[in-house]
Design a protein around this ligand. Structure first.
Ligand code: HEC
Length: 97
């Protein structure tokens, strides 16, 4: 039973993380980056946000921008997310096409 529970946890954990990333992006990033990451929303246009689609940044770099902000821009550290959530949202952004 223990093994079954562990296997189930593994199977369930991966999609949960991906889903979390999408939900977190909508809640915390979409106001500026747009729901699709293209930045085609009034706030995104005002702040001259570039499209995040096909970004050259690595997931780790995206995670750092999300956690600490991007120096010299209006991209501030995003508050209210745990380290795990920054990781999940970064993985989601990395997967945007
Ligand atoms: C208040 C508006 C705002 C919010 C909210 C916001 N961003 Fe940004 N973001 C910006 C601006 C402005 C830039 C700088 C311009 C650019 O690089 O597109 C930026 C840049 C970035 C970059 C760097 C892109 C590059 O190529 O250098 C990443 C990655 C990023 N944001 C991810 C996120 C994530 C993930 C979230 C949510 C957890 C988020 N942002 C929330 C405004 C915002």
């Amino acid at each position: 039973m223990k093994t079954l529970a562990a296997a189930l946890a593994l199977v369930l954990a991966a999609p949960a993380l991906a889903e979390d990333g999408a939900a977190l992006f909508k809640a915390k990033c979409a106001s500026c980056h747009g729901p699709d990451g293209k930045g085609e929303v009034p706030m995104g246009k005002a702040l001259k946000v570039k499209s995040l689609l096909g970004t050259k940044l690595t997931a780790a770099e995206i995670e750092k921008v999300s956690t600490d902000g991007k120096p010299g821009t209006k991209m501030m550290a995003v508050k209210g997310l745990s380290a795990e959530q920054h990781k999940a949202v970064a993985a989601f952004v990395k997967g945007l096409k």
